[in-house]
Design a protein around this ligand. Structure first.
Ligand code: NAP
Length: 609
């Protein structure tokens, strides 16, 4: 590293790649040259606020900002972009209200300066089993740990985003809220909890927070300023989550063999005329429609007429339309179980809702869709109460499987595992995958781009890249390899893939073989879990090649994991810890710190849910 970077500056906010580039650029320059670069950067930084299309995301430290008293700090921990969106909206409203605001993501929040905060808002999501977003691991660990300072002067408010179809709903925000109280801080607004249809709850909670923050900060006519604008975010495109683009289907092809027990589709959508742009690592959001057969099953189970008009939230639609386009029918949630338990007074349902019955409740959510409950525990529902009780349908995210440089910016490719299984005497479907599997010429797919800045290829193309993507987790790595080939990146690409059977489920087999042949892919390690007597998963392949894998990492490789978060991503993480401890000669604790450092540098990135 360049000697200049060891000067007593604030912690660098650049990632490892950028730092390396900066070190290479400044190495051997005269002091005159270095002063010129400093002046040039300062001029660039000064111009950024004028260029900003919307709120500017600060990645600075308190030291650069000056002091935090009189300032509302809004910190977000986001995995799929929802917490970021809520935090950005709150920051924009707070600024418009005349408050001094700084907005930071948890990954760059300078935790050692927490003690100087006076007004802090945290918007943070909980993943599947109550885990924080990857970007927030360091932030949460610091606050939960022994080094956390006492915070008697801090006033805070926490909003949790979660999914009530998981048992540990909003676990991260609940624990954070409790821990801040334990450290002596006080709430200036009650903790909020928002489900997947977070918009309304988040907007109401934000309005309350803003009201109290304005009183607390009492700066009614203060000039609006960003605490530290560092980079501009481009203006929103015309099409967005709330205004999706109707994409037509160009290709919808099954990519597993006919005798596979799974259905996996390669889907190509046209973005022509949308102005939407994407980078490898981004996801596409799909607003699904529920399968017509499932809507029929609901109407029949509840003995309701689909043509009946139902008014809700100022809109009047036929019940069948509410059920197909507007309401969540495939995921069971606690509010729905509670409503059904109250309506039926059935002991079994009431019992799973009791405190201490978490495992039984989790098992119910895991094994039942709402329709199963309606059939097993019949109750009378009227159409209006049904629409008001059910959760609004929300978009599903799919990792993009193409590079726009290769397929053209008017196209986007997806890899979709179709959820379809038989249980409780009937076939069950996943909402979005069934919608996409049946998508064709006649029905456009409403889509938007969900950018994922945490899951990016290294800027320095000479870096090596290790990709671990079992099952449909392979999707972003197809985009990565296409991109690395298109940009003539000189670093090596190593892919680990696993699925059930070699002959049936080797997704994109021909493309990988061609990539190996052309040199776009340097290594491919495979495992097919159901071809042998005992199961071998990708993490075993990682261990088998542990020495080499560690050498790649030690020499600066970036490592990526995509796919199932519940089991695979945890097991892969354990395997990486073992590999680093064994081949790096480290204790388990030091190996953990090494891997966390990699995560914080953005060299270990996971796209799992
Ligand atoms: P899958 O069911 O996850 O199975 C893929 C392979 O992984 C199978 O061979 C499976 O073996 C094996 N496997 C099972 N448990 C494992 C473990 N603990 N560690 C490592 N491998 C394990 O494949 P899929 O149906 O294509 O699903 C992929 C998952 O990834 C889904 O949950 C999907 O939602 C998620 N996904 C997430 C993203 C994202 O977050 N961006 C993108 C794509 C997919 P057996 O079945 O034989 O045990």
């Amino acid at each position: 590293m360049n000697a200049a970077l060891k000067l007593p500056l604030p912690a660098p906010t650049l990632d490892a790649d950028r730092l390396a580039q900066l070190a290479a650029l400044t190495s051997g320059l005269s002091s005159a040259d270095l002063y010129w670069i400093a002046a040039y950067s300062a001029a660039l930084a000064a111009r950024l606020p004028e260029q900003a299309g919307r709120i500017v995301v600060s990645e600075s430290s308190v030291a650069e900002v000056g002091q935090t008293a009189g300032c509302l700090s809004i910190v977000y921990g986001s995995q799929t972009g929802n917490s970021r969106r809520v935090a950005e909206q709150l920051a924009a409203r707070a600024e418009a209200a005349g408050l001094t605001v700084r907005l930071l993501r948890t990954g760059v929040y300078p935790v050692r300066e927490l003690a100087q905060e006076r007004h802090l808002v945290v918007v943070i999501s909980s993943q599947g089993d109550g885990d924080p977003p990857d970007d927030a691991i360091g932030f949460i660990e610091f606050i939960a740990g022994k080094r956390a300072p006492k915070l008697p002067l801090l006033k805070f408010a926490v909003l949790g985003l979660g999914d009530s179809s998981y048992p540990k709903f909003c676990a991260v925000s609940r624990e954070l809220d409790a821990r801040l109280i334990e450290l002596g801080a006080s709430r200036f607004a009650p903790a909020g909890e928002a489900d997947v249809d977070f918009d309304t709850t988040a907007a109401e909670w934000s309005a309350g927070v803003l009201e109290t923050a304005r009183e607390g900060l009492s700066v009614p006519n203060a000039p609006t300023r960003h605490a530290s604008p560092l980079h501009a975010v481009s203006a929103s495109p015309h099409y967005s989550r709330d205004n999706p683009f109707p994409a037509s289907v160009l290709e919808n092809q099954r990519i597993v063999s006919r005798d596979s027990d799974r259905d996996v589709r390669h889907i190509e959508l046209s973005l022509e005329g949308s102005g939407l742009q994407y980078e490898p690592g981004d996801a596409i959001g799909v607003w699904p429609r529920n399968p017509p057969m499932l809507v029929e099953q609901w109407l029949s189970a509840l003995k309701l007429d689909g043509t009946v008009e139902v008014e809700h939230d100022g809109r009047r639609l036929p019940l069948a339309r509410w059920l197909s386009h507007e309401r969540e029918l495939t995921r069971l949630t606690r509010p729905l179980v509670a409503a059904q338990a109250a309506a039926t007074r059935h002991g079994e349902l009431q019992r799973v809702l009791e405190p201490g019955q978490q495992p039984a409740f989790a098992a119910l959510l895991e094994s039942h869709q709402p329709i199963d409950l309606l059939r097993q525990f019949p109750a009378a529902w009227d159409a209006t109460r049904l629409v008001a009780t059910l959760r609004p349908l929300t978009p599903r995210l799919y990792s993009i499987a193409s590079s726009a440089r290769v397929v053209g910016s008017d196209e986007v490719h997806l890899t979709v595992g179709v959820v379809e299984y038989f249980a409780h005497q009937s076939t069950h479907y996943g909402a979005a995958s069934a919608f996409l599997a049946n998508a064709g010429d006649d029905v456009p797919v409403p889509v938007f781009i969900e950018s994922n800045e945490r899951f990016r290829l290294p800027i320095d193309g000479s870096r090596d890249v290790i990709m671990i993507g079992p099952g449909t987790g392979i999707a972003p790595f197809r985009a990565f390899v296409q991109e690395r080939q298109a940009t003539a990146a000189s670093g090596r690409n190593w892919l680990f893939f696993g699925n059930r059977h070699f002959t049936q489920d080797f997704l994109y087999q021909l493309e990988w073989q061609e990539a190996l042949h052309s040199g776009a892919l340097h290594r491919l390690d495979l495992t097919f879990s159901r071809d042998a007597a005992s199961k071998v998963y990708v993490q075993q392949r990682l261990r088998e090649h542990g020495r080499e894998l560690y050498a790649w990492l030690r020499d600066g490789a970036h490592i990526y994991v995509c796919g199932d978060s519940a089991h695979m991503a945890r097991d892969v993480n354990e395997a990486l810890l073992d590999i680093i401890a064994t081949h790096g000669g480290l204790s388990v604790e030091d190996a953990r710190a090494w891997l966390t450092e990699l995560l914080q540098q953005g060299r270990y990135a996971r796209d799992v849910y």
